[in-house]
Structures are given as C-alpha cells and as structure tokens.
Design a protein around this ligand. Sequence first.
Ligand SMILES: [Zn+2]
Length: 353
Amino acid sequence: MTLPTEPIGSIPRPLRLIEAVATADGTDPRLAPLYEEAVRDTIERFEATGSPVITDGEQRKYHNFWTYCVHGLPNTDPDGFKIPFPAGHTRRMPRLTGGPFRYQRYADSYLDVALRYARKPVKQAVISPSALSLMYPADAIPGYSREQFIQDLLHEHETEVRNCLRMGAHKVQIDFTEGRLAVKIDPSGHLLHSFIDLNNLALARFSDQDRQRLGVHTCPGGDLDSTHSAEIDYAELLPSLFELKVGSFYIALAGEKDRVRVLKIIRDHVKAGQRVFVGVVAPIDPRVETPEEIRDRALEAAEYIPPDQLGTTDDCGFSPFCDDTSTTRDKAFAKIHARVLGTALASEKLGIG
Ligand SMILES: [Zn+2]
C-alpha cells in the first residue's frame, strides 16, 4: 500500500499517427492499424513505468479531450466557442445548429479497446457536460430549446459514464478544465456556478457507490506548452469545485507559483470522504522531475491534506490536443515513472509504504 497515484489521461501520439491524421479525417478506416498500434504501445509503456493505474493515452480521442464525442456530427458548424491561449493560438469547438443533440461516439468505445491490452486497472476520462454546454449558441435554435438540449446532454453524458463504470473502469474522470476558464470569462462567478450546478445535475443520477469511482480534473488548460487560465486565482475556483458530488479531485498543483497557498485553500474546503490527487508533475515543464522532488511535493501536500485523503497525479494530460508535439512520448513516460517512484518514497516517509 502506498499513496494512490493516477495519471490524468493523454500521452503524445506517435509521430507516424500524428502525420497520418494531419492528411486524413480522424475517422478514416485506413488509420485503424495506426491507432491500434499506438494504443498497444502506449499501454505497454505505461505499465512499464510501474504506474498502478493506467490509461490508453487517449490515442483515439480525435481530435482532443474536449470534442471527441461530437467530432463529425452533421448538425454542427465549426465556428463555435473559442479558447484563446497566450502562446498565440486558438482552439475552437463546434457549434450546434439543430437538435436533437446526440454523441457521435462514447468514451467507453476507447476503454473497450484498452481493456483488451491492459493488465493493470484502466481509468477513463470523459468530457464534462459543462464543457459541451458551450456548443449551444447564444441565440436559441428554433424548434430546439436550450432546456431540451440540456436534457439530451445530461442523458448522453450519463450513458457514457454508466457504460465506462459497467465495463470496469478503475475510475471515470470528468475533465473540467473549463472551470478555471469560466472565472476568467465571467469574474462574477455566475458562469462557474452554472457549470457546477449543471455537472451536479448529471452526478445526482448516480449512486453514492458509483460516485466513489467518479472524479473531476481541474487545471489551467495545457496545450502546446501554454495554459489558458493560469492567472486565475484558485481561490475563485476551489471552494466551488469541492461542491461537485464526486469522490476524487485531480488538481494541477506542480505548476502553481505558490503551492502552499493552494494547499491551504484545499485544506479549508475539502470535505470528508473526498480524496485530493495533487499534481506533482508539470507536463509543460521540459525538465523531467526527480523522484526526490516528487517525494517532497507529496510530503508538502501531506502537511495540509490527511494522507487518507491524499493521492498524487500529473498536473494535466501530456497532449490533450492530438497534434501537440511539445512533449515527446519518452519524456512523458519518464515523468510518469518519476511520479511513481517519488510517490513511493513519500509513502515510506509517511509510514504507509
Ligand atoms: Zn488538464
């Protein structure tokens, strides 16, 4: 037994796959062998890091963690919600043009493939209802109200999560990277609260037992070594975040300027029965952390969070958008290996090794 440690999700795709996807649609059947090979290799290398919980590296999530389930829907246009990054680039999501809203694919289709190769527990990340709610345009769609859309969205999300749980996901992690972004877009906090309420409407459909296997991930949104909302104070987000009815929280921390301040906010707001996986690895830092650094970050967190409510994770996925080559596969796995070793060192120090 050690402190639990889990990844977030994505691993950079093999360059061969990235190049092939750039010249074909992600759904092109000719890509199938490349995807298959990428998943097999990712799982093999993930297990070799010693990580007790793995993912499929999101190799098949075309083209990112945010819109994989709606990519290719006929009732959308490409000119939807924009996320600007300070590095100068913008990511954009599709805009819904008509109802009814249905997913094009569910994340359990990825899990199904991963479980064929994996020998260790596999977690599956899914996108939050709040992120997808941004697909509905500001001007209502004639004949398909926002209320109808929300009901359809909740139904689709619930279906996806239930399928993953039933299939045996170790955890289902709901990616909520737009939480911090919401405070940037609307400093009044109104948008954030509407996001929390919407996600809790979805979570209310699950039993307490199921919710113990559900988690939520927050971060400043890493992409191409840049972040979309790091300047937003966690104090604006974390108290609301812990209102979400899930058992696990995966909170980016390694890349924060003042980790102790964030840990104090966590200490003051975490509730009984919630486990906080703090980020001890920074994917956007080009340097590979040493196990001793990881150990010290985990021990620092243990000063504020009781060990029975603590775990470690990476700050974010290593390539949330599939064309991101800012980190190599080798480096991602080296960082994960350091997390595993450092977490074991911390566990030993805490007397739970
Ligand atoms: Zn993230």
